[in-house]
Design a protein around this ligand. Structure first.
Ligand SMILES: Nc1ncnc2c1ncn2[C@@H]1O[C@H](COP(=O)(O)OP(=O)(O)OP(=O)(O)O)[C@@H](O)[C@H]1O
Length: 554
């Protein structure tokens, strides 16, 4: 089922989906392979041995115009060094190839040719966090009257710059990393209603130009209603796409993940790299990926630029998912978090302030603080490290906590039926007591329970600083009843910097687990999965290591 693109997106093609590619300067165009010397003189390592070996060097115009002053260029595996003739020994400028998203060559006037490169270095204002900003440099090649010869040299430099700009695949983590191909075909699923309703505009202004520079062709699918994206990816021929890009909040990615898991070929479908570009109000996964990449906290357009840069570089890795089962028989797959109580109330109650963007959560927090409620239920979990338990709960309760059938014996590994959904081998049916080696929290009154598997709960909430994309861990937080409003507010203020655990609040408990179960005493309160509302009922979940792939900066 296709989403109708609005006229601004459908553009000249007038169809429901629009393809946009790199345009005139697309680096995808095949370039003739020049003879070795045409690429510029191959040079020995830099004098003194202090620098990296120089792979190409030459003297070109520092700009596209015929009168551009000459400059000396040296290309190493890591950077393009620019020196003015007669200048100091070191380069005047060094453009890091790790910041480069694309390079193109093209003919210029008077038999000359040019090559350009586009970089997005991290640049900071005097106050505030650095974010990626666009920097384009063009060099003019005019080594003689032979226009084709000049163009061949420009193409050779451009091609080498593109090759060297491909991110190195980290080796410390086995085969978990990959890089998107070039040219690359991306299906962009865009929710025009997400956040403050600016996703289409932000996509056109910020994202599309960057993707064109990186030779990523986009086909935009604009969702018209809830579950539209879920149906689209469930029925889509995925072989057309190298990546599925979600330009929205976390809710649309949740739909995409569950749509892919509904496919009979879900095991293959889940190998398709996904990418999140923040267009919503919470943008928790986008903020987490920005954090994992080592970037400072940023929001809005700066976060969007950082995340689009990550897509342009094309590095992807595996991400854990959590499988959730409800008493009413639902099976859901979640990449971000499951919640009950205060945090979920803020998330859902503040929906009506969506137009405020991320500020909706501040207003929602103040409103929920005013009517602070307590929720009754039983929480149990399987600690990630046997014996590790930071809560005040007793370990390995001798007796099951609910009466039911004899303990479930999980099927031995490797007995899954091909094509069937992954087996929740750590869980027993909800009607049965949790296994005896699980921990049962002795308190049964909570202000909030939140199981998170990414670092950020929202753009400004660093809830689980230690979380990573594939750490095989659910970071379980629960707030016991009795906490004062002031203490709760202090916790949320500290969470902006990720220092809430340092407050040593006696009501806040945190433990890394591999599975959990929550049994509310009554169907009161809102439950959420990845920020989407869920009926309040018994729920349990377990981690599934590395079940999908996501574009990531590290
Ligand atoms: N065209 C549409 N109109 C209305 N709702 C839509 C449309 N497309 C998708 N949705 C629904 O909107 C909901 C919220 O979307 P999303 O999560 O992307 O934005 P958000 O709530 O602003 O962001 P965040 O989850 O980061 O707070 C999802 O449940 C999705 O099903």
């Amino acid at each position: 089922m296709n989403g109708a693109a609005p006229p601004a997106i459908a553009g000249r093609r007038g169809g429901r989906q629009q393809r946009a590619s790199g345009g005139r300067r697309s680096p995808a165009r095949p370039a003739p392979v020049p003879p070795p010397m045409a690429a510029g003189r191959r040079a020995p390592p830099e004098p003194g041995g202090g620098g990296a070996p120089v792979l190409l060097q030459g003297i070109f115009g520092a700009g596209p115009s015929p009168g551009a002053a000459p400059c000396s260029l040296a290309l190493t595996a890591r950077e393009l060094q620019v020196r003015r003739p007669g200048g100091s020994a070191g380069p005047d400028t060094a453009l890091r190839l790790a910041d480069c998203v694309g390079s193109a060559a093209f003919p210029a006037a008077a038999a000359a040719a040019c090559f350009s490169l586009v970089c997005y270095p991290l640049r900071g204002p005097r106050w505030g966090s650095p974010a990626r900003q666009r920097l384009e440099r063009t060099f003019r090649v005019c080594l003689g009257p032979d226009a084709e010869g000049n163009l061949r040299i420009a193409q050779a430099w451009s091609r080498r710059i593109r090759e060297l700009s491909v991110p190195a695949v980290p080796t410390q983590d086995g085969d978990s990393y990959g890089v998107l191909p070039r040219p690359c075909r991306a299906l962009v699923l865009l929710n025009p209603q997400s956040g403050a309703g600016r996703a289409i505009q932000d996509f056109q202004v910020v994202v599309q130009p960057m993707l064109a520079e990186a030779d990523i062709a986009t086909t935009v699918f604009v969702t018209e209603r809830p579950y539209h994206a879920q149906e689209k990816v469930r029925d889509e021929d995925l072989s057309q796409w190298d990546t599925l890009v979600i330009m929205s909040g976390d809710g649309l990615l949740y739909e995409v993940v569950n749509g892919l898991m509904e496919r009979s070929d879900w095991e293959d479908a889940m190998k398709k790299p996904l990418c999140i570009l923040p267009g919503g109000s919470g943008n928790a996964l986008a903020a987490s990926i920005n954090h994992y990449a080592g970037n400072d906290h940023v929001a809005k357009k700066k976060l969007l630029t950082n995340c689009t840069f990550i897509l342009c570089k094309g590095l992807h890795t595996q991400m854990d998912l959590v499988s959730l089962s409800t008493a009413s028989g639902k099976r859901l797959f979640s990449f971000l978090g499951f919640g009950w109580g205060f945090i979920s109330d803020v998330d859902i109650d503040s929906e009506k302030y969506r137009w405020l963007g991320n500020a909706r959560f501040t207003l929602g927090t103040l409103q929920c603080l005013a009517k602070l409620r307590v929720y009754q239920g039983r929480l149990s979990y399987l600690p990630a490290v046997p014996g590790q338990d930071t809560s005040s709960a007793p370990r390995d309760p001798p007796m099951p906590v609910t009466n039911g059938q004899p303990s479930h014996v999980p099927p031995p590994a490797g007995t899954d039926v091909p094509g069937s959904l992954p087996n929740d081998s750590l869980l027993v049916p909800l009607g049965q007591p949790v296994p005896a080696h699980w921990t049962v929290v002795p308190e049964e009154e909570f202000v909030s329970v939140y199981a998170i598997y990414q670092s950020h709960l929202g753009t400004n909430l660093l809830m689980a600083p230690a979380a990573r994309l594939h750490d095989d861990c659910i970071h379980l937080f629960y707030l016991k009843a009795g906490i004062s409003r002031v203490a709760l507010l202090k916790l949320f203020l500290a969470m902006a910097r990720g220092t809430h655990l340092e407050l040593n609040c006696p009501h806040l408990c945190y433990v890394c687990v591999r599975a959990f179960r929550l049994e509310p005493r009554a169907a009161t309160g809102i439950m959420t999965v990845d920020g989407e509302a869920l009926a309040c009922e018994p729920v349990q979940g377990q981690i599934h290591s590395r079940l999908c792939r996501i574009l990531s900066g590290s």
